[in-house]
Every structure is written in structure tokens, then in C-alpha cells.
Ligand binder design. Structure first.
Ligand SMILES: N[C@@H](CCC(=O)N[C@@H](CS)C(=O)NCC(=O)O)C(=O)O
Length: 238
């Protein structure tokens, strides 16, 4: 019998989505528990993740109700760390290459995504910076790591580097297509136009491959995300 694995997540969270994708790609059975981030249950920080954020997982121990986690299970948070743990748990999934150089490329790609793509993206989308220049610089850095015409971040198969960036790419697309964000009106569409330049073709081609992956397509609720962002941004502006 495989050990139990429970994922604590939220549909709005790209970081939770990363874990869902890795588990789907590895074809792993697990229990998903949606944490109400707007009314967080006390037991979540007390028993699962002291900083109260999703994603988090429990692994092993008895198969219990997710609302009453067992002290006997292993608890883990931080999406990049969970991704690596999942890949190590299921080595046959190929989510993390065995070759040290390929492995390092995957981990470096993930680090670049977090520092240079996700971070400036959040700043801009949250209206904490006036321009998307930092974000676009991140696109260029990611693009610099991609091989010409490759459908994967590293090598010729899906790894946790892809799972790390894919949810951000789907949200990126919603942003420039709908113009919903904390930035000045029109900047989302402007970014979308700018990305059509031939110099970003490699990035967009890779992004499209990720968006077409069944693991993402089946778990990507663009309409829900757009509606929730609109609601949250409107509430914040009032
Ligand atoms: N660095 C963390 C970020 C996790 C994170 O920010 N999660 C957000 C949802 S997207 C959250 O749980 N927010 C609830 C809170 O801060 O109370 C990771 O990669 O897992």
C-alpha cells in the first residue's frame, strides 16, 4: 500500500497548482483539501503549516480526515520544496532527472522562475510597481534558459521546472488577455501586444506547449481566476 498523501491547496493559488500538476503528471493518487484562505481554520496553522500558507502536504501516517491531521504524518510546505519531494518520492516519474547537470538545470530554472518572473510579476499585478519592465526582463531570462523550439523547460521531458512555471504562465495569459490586475488600466493589454514581437517567440511557443498539456488544461479554470481577481481588485480599490 502506498503512503497517504494529502495536499492542502486553494484554487486561486498558483503555488498549489504547481503541486497538482506534478502529481497529475506522475499519475499519483492523493487527497486534495481546499483550505478556505478567506476564513482560515485554526487547525491549519496549528497542525499543518505554522505560516498558514498553501500549498502544504501531509505524507504517511494513518489515512485520516484532512481536517484532523495525524501527528504521525510528515508535514511539508513551500511549493518548490514540495515539488522536489514529490519528484524524489516517485523517481520513475522522471520529474527530476538523475543526471547531476540536468538536475541542476531544473533547480536553476525553478530558482529563476521564483526570483525573476514570479516576484516582479506579483509586484506589477498587485499594483506595487508602475511598470511591467521587471516582469518582461524575467520573460527574457526564462527565454534565455529555453532551447530553441523545445516544449519543455529542460531536456526532452516534463520536469518539476515545467510544473513550477506552468501555473504562472496560465495566469500571465489571463492578465494580458483580460487586462485584470492592480496595474493602470490598459497595461495588461499593452504587455500582450509587446509579447507578439518576434524576440519573444521562443518564450511564447514554450508557454503555449505548457498551456496545451492535459495536466494544465484539465485543471485550468481561467473564468474562475479572472472573476475572482476582478472581485478582489475591486474590493481592494474601494
Ligand atoms: N513561497 C510560497 C508561497 C505560498 C503562498 O504565498 N501562498 C498563498 C496563496 S497563493 C497563501 O497561502 N496565502 C494565505 C496567507 O498568506 O494567509 C510557496 O511557494 O509555497
Amino acid at each position: 500500500m502506498p503512503e497517504q498523501l494529502t495536499l492542502y491547496s486553494h484554487k486561486l493559488s498558483p503555488y498549489s497548482h504547481r503541486i497538482e500538476l506534478a502529481l497529475a503528471e506522475a499519475n499519483i493518487k492523493y487527497k486534495n483539501y481546499e483550505v478556505d484562505l478567506f476564513n482560515k481554520p485554526k487547525w491549519f496553522a496549528a497542525k499543518i503549516n505554522p505560516i498558514g500558507k498553501v500549498p502544504a502536504i501531509t505524507y504517511g501516517g494513518p489515512d485520516v480526515d484532512p481536517e484532523d491531521p495525524s501527528p504521525l504524518s510528515f508535514k511539508l510546505a513551500e511549493s518548490s520544496v514540495i515539488l522536489q519531494f514529490v519528484a524524489e518520492l516517485y523517481p520513475e516519474s522522471g520529474l527530476l532527472p538523475k543526471d547531476p547537470v540536468e538536475r541542476a538545470k531544473v533547480l536553476f530554472f525553478m530558482d529563476t522562475v521564483d526570483r525573476h518572473f514570479d516576484r516582479p510579476g506579483n509586484e506589477w499585478m498587485g499594483g506595487r510597481t508602475e511598470s511591467y519592465e521587471g516582469y518582461l526582463k524575467g520573460v527574457e531570462m526564462i527565454q534565455g534558459l529555453l532551447s530553441e523550439g523545445s516544449e519543455f523547460a529542460v531536456g526532452d521531458r516534463y520536469t518539476i521546472a515545467d510544473a513550477c512555471i506552468a501555473p504562472l504562465l496560465s495566469r500571465f495569459k489571463i492578465t494580458y488577455e483580460t487586462d485584470i490586475g492592480g496595474f493602470p488600466v490598459g497595461q495588461g493589454h499593452k504587455l500582450g501586444e509587446e509579447l507578439k514581437a518576434p524576440e519573444y517567440a521562443k518564450f511564447l511557443n514554450y508557454a503555449q506547449c505548457m498551456l496545451e498539456r492535459p495536466s494544465l488544461r484539465d485543471s485550468n479554470d481561467e473564468a474562475y481566476l479572472a472573476e475572482m481577481w476582478k472581485k478582489l481588485i475591486t474590493e481592494r480599490r474601494q
